[in-house]
Design a protein around this ligand. Structure first.
Ligand SMILES: Cc1cc2nc3c(=O)[nH]c(=O)nc-3n(C[C@H](O)[C@H](O)[C@H](O)COP(=O)(O)O)c2cc1C
Length: 331
């Protein structure tokens, strides 16, 4: 760790290494207008009496109103409330427009769907540089079981419990992979997941390769043979030719010949037939049932974190993957 000469930007960055939750603090002005802002300087102070604190920048436009307010409410945001956090951190006229509000102590506007809420009376105010520190006595609070939104290094983040006491096991063969080897974790999860869909593939008389092709063809209206080969390379053993011929002979896909702008030979492309689309949707919904069972076992919050990490992994090792998706035409 290197000691830094004082630089405000570096100071801000260093403060960002302290991971916090995210809150929205609301109050009402003397004229009855609702006020609120996103705050991560919130912290607990005392259990008895119950007290919390947060600090408000002097530059905030509702500074005087907060200074005069006898009461305010702290909303600890849940992991799915990033949009709400951005709304209350932004410079917009009516931050409360369209939101469902409840009424708290002293008529305070209360937001819903949060991980916890604390309704407080201002107990002390202290000047702290360019901020005013509010210490409040908690008069009422409630909590629900949602995962929290986290802020770290200037970005929103997820919090997930660590699996304590789990040491990765080592194999019999010294030097081989251990239980934490990414390839092992991904590979075994992949096969376990797909084994639960496989009975549906057998019922539809589809090989794994044909299923991969069928589901890949749902990503776009039409896919050229070159695109399909590139997409399937490394997934299918050979080129996609034999699997696509089998889908065509069963009436699940059809070839198309796309005209080129420069008048050269038409480009070979494929698309699903209505029967192919129906079968793909049926199999993919069987896959979604398996996913919902996995989500239930992991818990919604950890399942969301896992997926966000897998998106990053895919982006890192297969940047082309995201280019496969085509938006459907507007209805
Ligand atoms: C994650 C996050 C944490 C913040 N924490 C604080 C804080 O602790 N104190 C503060 O005064 N402003 C904080 N802000 C900035 C205010 O939310 C922002 O300046 C305010 O909403 C601007 O509102 P206004 O346009 O109505 O003045 C934070 C912003 C974000 C995104």
């Amino acid at each position: 760790m290197t000691k830094q000469a004082f630089d405000p930007f570096a100071f801000r960055q260093a403060l960002g290494s302290f991971a916090t939750g995210v809150t929205i603090i609301t109050t009402r002005t003397e004229e009855g207008e609702p006020l609120g802002l996103t705050v991560n300087s919130f912290n607990s102070v005392s259990l008895n009496p119950p007290m919390v604190l947060w600090s408000l920048a002097e530059t905030y436009k509702g500074y005087d109103a907060f200074k005069k307010a006898s009461h305010w409410a702290v909303h600890v945001l849940a992991a799915d409330q990033e949009d709400l956090s951005n709304r209350f951190a932004g410079k917009i006229d009516d931050k409360f427009a369209g939101l469902t509000l409840e009424e708290g102590i002293n008529g305070n506007p209360l937001l819903t769907g949060c991980a916890a809420r604390f309704e407080c009376r201002t107990a002390f105010q202290y000047e702290g540089g360019d901020h005013l520190i509010f210490v409040g006595e908690v008069e009422s609070f409630e909590q629900c079981d949602s995962a929290p939104l986290v802020f770290h290094g200037g970005r929103y983040a997820h919090a997930t419990p660590r699996q304590s006491g789990h040491e990765p096991r080592h194999p019999y063969l010294a030097g081989s992979f251990d239980e934490n080897f990414l390839g092992y974790l991904l590979g075994r999860s992949h096969y376990r997941f797909y084994n639960q869909i496989r009975p549906h593939l057998e019922e539809a008389r589809l090989s794994d390769e044909e299923f991969y092709l069928l589901s890949t063809l749902t990503l776009k209206q039409t896919m050229t043979a070159v695109e399909l080969d590139a997409t399937m390379s490394g997934i299918l053993n050979n080129s996609s030719a034999s699997a696509i011929q089998s889908l065509i002979s069963r009436g699940l896909a059809r070839p198309e010949h796309l005209d080129t702008e420069d008048g050269s030979a038409p480009i070979l492309a494929y698309q699903l037939t209505p029967d192919g689309r129906r079968l793909a949707l049926r199999l993919i919904s069987a896959g979604k049932v398996v996913e919902s069972q996995v989500n239930e076992r992991l818990g919604y919050s950890d399942a969301t974190i896992l997926k966000s990490l897998l998106v990053r992994l895919l982006d890192a090792i297969d940047p082309q993957a995201s280019t496969l998706w085509e938006n459907p035409p507007p209805e």
